[in-house]
Write a protein that binds this ligand. Structure first.
Ligand SMILES: [Zn+2]
Ligand SMILES: [Zn+2]
Length: 197
């Protein structure tokens, strides 16, 4: 089962996925920690990060976790308040045990990682159980993530969108849960999202 927690600031979507051996939280944004803790209790928690921007990582150090999965190219964002834009939100770097940070390619067998640079170099989409795609700030229902922030690349984004378009066309029933805004599915994105026409 998948739950969504909406972060008040920046309206960032945090998702909770219950697995047999614990809970996975995707992008614990600003002010989500209390609700995550309520839900998880003292069960095992793993954190999965779609990319290292402040609005997706803000509450990490208020959580008790086992591991933090992130793409190696966004690892530096987790550790740097300027690169993550945490400074911009008026706080310093996250207090993270660096040894807990793991390459997101090793999440586990139910997960497939699709590296989709463009919004940031290490932005990833995570495919869960073959049917649900968490797209972070790469793809929203009717738009895509900006490429003008530090580390962003329009060229990389174009390649990432091409790859995702292929995935959407091959799996129109795929549910798509973005980092901001409502959830949708691949079929609707191919119709409604101008970047996929
Ligand atoms: Zn972002
Ligand atoms: Zn965001």
């Amino acid at each position: 089962m998948i739950r969504r927690i909406l972060s008040g600031r920046m309206e960032e979507n945090c998702y909770l996925i219950e697995e047999e051996n614990g809970t996975v939280v995707i992008d614990p944004g600003i002010g989500t920690a209390d609700r995550i803790i309520d839900f998880v209790g003292d069960k095992k928690l793993s954190i999965l990060i779609t990319h290292g921007h402040a609005d997706h990582i803000f509450d990490i150090d208020r959580l008790k976790y086992d591991r933090i999965f992130v793409h190696p190219l966004d690892r530096e964002r987790l550790l740097d308040a300027e690169k993550s834009l945490l400074n911009f939100f008026g706080r310093g770097p996250l207090r993270i045990d660096e040894s807990a940070i793991v390459d997101c390619l090793q999440i586990g067998e139910k997960w497939r990682v699709i590296h989709t640079p463009g919004h940031t170099p290490g932005s990833c989409c995570y495919l869960y159980d073959g049917g649900i795609l968490f797209t972070g700030d790469t793809v929203f229902m009717e738009s895509i993530g900006r490429t003008d922030l530090p580390g962003g690349s329009e060229d990389a984004m174009i390649d990432s969108l091409r790859l995702l378009k292929e995935i959407f066309e091959n799996g129109p029933d795929l549910k798509v849960f973005p980092g901001h805004g409502p959830g949708t599915d691949a079929r609707e994105i191919l119709i409604d999202n101008p970047f996929f026409r």
